[in-house]
Design a protein around this ligand. Structure first.
Ligand code: ADP
Ligand code: 5GP
Length: 210
């Protein structure tokens, strides 16, 4: 079987619970690696540089773009966000299943570069729950919340571009469902071409010997 890790793109409306799901899946299973993004947005209380994000100035971020250090990047509500390339490539080669928690413009770039990546869009059980979670998190001003909600309207037009949707109602169920999506992707025939060919060849050698 192919030992390379699976790359999973996880997107969804701000406040839907992506970060929470990713934290839980990382704590529960040891086959995952979470890509830490670079951003120019300011840290929220409790967020640490190098763990939540690599917090960068605009100039530093633009240098990373110019040095081709990013797998993808995008502008989201006034700030740059991007995925450092090297970590993702190394972890996939080590056989880790890498999760990118990124928005839709970045998701499109990654799908183009790595079509074998799987993409999952996290949805709220209903719209009111989304607003309640965003307000309940208490990390943004009402003005930023409204900007993020209007961004959610634009993003909702791209949901069908994703391979799967994941409705985040009960947290532990969402974690289990995401894990099963990723685990079953390991068994895709297109991901295991070399293995299939080698077995096919061995079987045909057997049959010739009979
Ligand atoms: P995102 O990363 O998508 O912006 P967060 O993970 O920060 O969202 O979650 C937003 C808020 O919703 C947080 O306060 C989190 O605790 C809460 N939350 C996440 N998932 C659930 C869930 N399944 N049920 C109830 N609350 C949730
Ligand atoms: P937040 O400011 O809430 O942490 O993130 C805002 C949005 O940026 C979310 O939709 C999140 O998924 C997205 N995001 C985080 N990191 C990256 C990244 O590296 N690249 C892209 N394209 N989007 C990202």
């Amino acid at each position: 079987m192919n030992n390379k890790g699976i790359l999973t793109i996880l997107s969804g409306f701000s406040g839907v619970g992506k970060g929470t799901i990713v934290k839980e899946i990382m704590a529960k299973y040891d086959n995952y690696a979470l890509s830490v993004s670079a951003t120019t947005r300011s840290p929220r209380p409790g967020e640490e540089d190098g763990t939540s994000y690599f917090f960068k100035s605009k100039e530093e971020f633009e240098e990373m773009i110019n040095d081709n250090k990013l797998l993808e990047y995008a502008n989201y509500v006034g700030n740059y966000y991007g995925t450092p390339r090297e970590y993702v490539e190394n972890k996939l080669n080590e056989g880790k299943d890498v999760i990118l928690e990124i928005e839709i413009q970045g998701a499109r770039q990654v799908k183009k570069l790595m079509p074998e990546a799987i993409s999952v869009f996290v949805m709220p059980p209903d719209a009111k729950t989304l607003k309640d979670r965003l307000i309940g998190r208490g990390t943004e001003s009402l003005e930023v919340i409204n900007k993020r909600l209007s961004r959610a309207v634009t993003e909702s037009e791209g949901i069908e571009e994703y391979d799967f949707i994941l409705v985040n109602d009960d947290l532990s169920e969402s974690v289990e469902r995401l894990n099963s999506i990723i685990m079953s992707s390991h068994n895709h025939s297109y991901r295991n071409k070399e293995f299939i060919d080698s077995i096919r060849e061995d079987v045909s050698v057997f049959s010739e010997g009979e």
